[in-house]
Design a protein around this ligand. Structure first.
Ligand code: PMP
Length: 611
């Protein structure tokens, strides 16, 4: 059963409310402190901009047996009770303060605009005094519910895995940087005995207002308007956790990695290799040795082309790509073909922008040595049937590279399930720094691949006669890598893990459908990319207006979109176009922002918004 219990489970209130805990029960502060210990043991730094303590209480104490919250249930909040020991007492203790800090007005919750409902739920959650989050009190107070809280505290004590999850400035890996106040409920059972990992804290829904506060740049004003960042397919914004993690690296850990006897080299090596572990976990690779750090997707594809490609592709062989590809997944293969005499084949798409599987099938023969395609099109947003396409390629013995540049921040990436041979992505497309990305490769392939660049780090031994190379992944990381940004990428992936990629996918899908529906109703507007399976991207053209002019007009009201060919000229030409306007979404975007976009496009169309 899924239900909610927001009535009667208010937030703790503002810091001053917290200090002034006057009520008729003398030991309430102790009980509350215990509750706080419980929540601070969860992946929450306790310093968030508005930790909804008893919203957490609702999730963690009362809802332990609940599997998730259905948003549809939010408007009809009901005073449900769950029969959890201590529930009645806790509700009684906190109920009086619910009135002072606000309850959830059902009229607000009944709105049809999804953002409003989520914001309303979050509204009463005020800041909590940080001092309440310190020190576990072992004293007994004989309070109702105390024993249960203590038991939960013991069960929730942070495991080593969760310690690794932490990112806070000036407190190396001791407290997670993101709070559970994003979430309206929690599916994680508190009675688990298995080690806790970041993935365990994926939640069924999140509060967009709360996540937005993690991204300082979203407060920027552009031309007198609040910034609306709809250029996520080009690059994503960075949460404070990532910014802090990179700063922390330079403040406390900076050193070149490996081969040094000093403390900072140990710290930076640990941080760098921990980030590699995080990438492996995020992609569900079976080992960190399968992860090579590169500058980004482009470099990752080039690595495979120049290393595996040169070794394995020869005259007459065929390489299959799709019509959807970014130039980064076309040019390296063209170069390889011209060097080797291999042939590049291209799988066409239908008018919605989806790969025609029957045509793709026809291209797959015993000559096909490699298939390389994108999981999500950056120009159209099409989600390709990757698993099926990989399976089809493997049937003819081809290897498969999956370009995850656009998919990694929107869909769960599971390289073992996909069974791709390589998976490449860029950190900056998933809330991490620029200049860092990763290649996943199956271990047997990486082991057989020659290095593509030579230098330091990638060698085992060098004489003037010969060089013995390191095994993978070091073999592919010649020279000093982008250490700090690799660490920042690890922080970004942990941030996404904490929010939960499935929650992100669900929310973004809802946003995309909302936006497509509204844009489609503007006469003269043509959406480019209408595949049933698509994500994030809203490419369009508007009759009578140049794409550049639309981009300029949107910028005047603070909306950032990309206009141009999006480094994917072949697919745009497939639709008879040289460029489009491309708003692209991330989970911090809102329905209000979509409304702002749609209204402005309407005004452009009517001539009331000038370029
Ligand atoms: N592939 C796709 C599908 C992309 O969208 C991009 C970036 N727009 C790339 C590859 C190249 O990524 P990067 O520039 O980060 O190397």
């Amino acid at each position: 059963m899924t239900t909610s219990n927001f009535d009667g489970i208010p937030s703790l209130g503002t810091a001053s409310d917290t200090v002034n805990l006057a009520n008729s029960l003398p030991d309430v502060s102790q009980l509350e402190k215990l509750a706080n210990e419980l929540f601070s043991a969860l992946p929450c730094d306790g310093t968030g901009t508005g930790v909804g303590l008893l919203s957490s209480a609702a999730s963690n104490v009362f809802n332990e047996q609940l599997s998730g919250i259905d948003k549809a249930l939010i408007p009809g909040t009901s005073p449900n009770h769950f029969g959890v020991p201590g529930e009645a007492e806790l509700q009684k203790l906190f109920a009086p303060r619910s009135a002072s800090v606000g309850s959830f007005p059902s009229s607000k919750l009944a709105t049809s605009h999804p953002d409003d409902a989520l914001s309303a739920l979050h509204a009463p959650q005020q800041s909590v005094d940080k001092s309440l989050f310190t020190g576990i009190n072992t004293q007994g107070f004989d309070l109702p519910g105390e024993a249960e809280l203590k038991k939960l505290l013991a069960e929730k004590s942070i495991s080593p895995a969760m310690k690794g999850h932490a990112i806070v400035p000036n407190a190396k890996a001791d407290a997670p940087a993101v709070s559970d106040f994003y979430f309206l409920n929690e599916s994680t059972s508190l009675n688990r005995s298995a080690p806790v990992s970041a993935r365990d804290f994926a939640h069924p829904a999140f509060n967009v207002s709360a996540v937005r506060r993690d991204f300082p740049i979203l407060n920027e004003r552009v031309n007198g308007h609040q910034l609306v960042w709809f250029d996520n397919a080009a690059t994503t914004q960075k949460p404070q956790a990532v910014i802090d993690r990179v700063s922390y690296f330079y403040e406390h850990e900076n050193s070149n990695i490996h081969r040094a006897a000093h403390e900072l080299a140990a710290r930076s090596t640990d941080a760098y290799e921990k980030a590699r572990n995080t990438v492996a976990r995020f992609l569900n690779a079976s080992s960190a040795d399968e992860i090579v750090f590169v500058r980004g997707t482009t470099e990752g594809i080039n690595l495979v082309a120049k290393s595996w490609g040169k070794q394995n592709i020869s005259e007459g062989d065929e390489i299959v790509i799709s019509w959807l590809e970014h130039h980064a997944n076309i040019v390296p293969w063209q170069q390889l073909c011209s060097e080797t005499g291999a042939i590049l084949r291209v799988a066409p798409v239908d008018d919605s922008g989806q790969v025609l599987l029957n045509e793709y099938q026809k291209l797959l023969t015993s000559k096909t040595k490699l298939v390389s395609f994108t999981q999500v099109s950056n120009a159209l947003g099409t989600v390709t049937p990757a698993q099926q396409m990989i399976e089809m390629a493997h049937r003819v013995g081809a290897k498969v590279l999956l370009d995850g540049a656009q998919s990694v921040s929107h869909l769960r990436a599971d390289v073992q399930k996909l069974d791709c041979d390589w998976f490449v992505f860029s950190g900056h497309k998933i809330f991490g720094p620029t200049g860092i990305g990763a290649v996943y490769g199956k271990p047997e392939l990486l082991e057989g691949m020659p290095p593509w660049q030579g230098g330091g780090n990638m060698i085992e031994d060098v004489t003037f006669e010969k060089t013995v190379y390191q095994p993978a992944p070091a073999r592919f990381e010649a020279g000093t890598g982008n250490i700090a940004d690799a660490v920042g990428l690890g922080a970004a992936l942990e941030y996404v893990e904490h929010i939960g990629i499935d929650n992100i996918a669900r929310y973004e899908h809802e946003l995309l459908v909302y936006a497509m529906d509204k844009l489609q109703n503007i006469s003269g507007l043509r959406l480019i990319g209408t595949a049933p399976d698509k994500t994030s991207v809203l490419s369009f053209v508007l009759a009578g207006h140049s794409n550049q002019d639309i981009g300029v007009a949107l910028n005047k009201v603070g909306i950032a979109v990309r206009t141009g060919h999006h480094c994917a000229q072949p697919i745009l030409r497939r639709f008879g176009l040289e460029s489009t306007v491309r708003p692209s979404l991330a989970f911090y975007n809102t329905h209000d922002e979509i409304d702002h976009l749609v209204n402005t496009v309407r005004r452009i169309k009517n001539g009331s918004a000038v370029y």
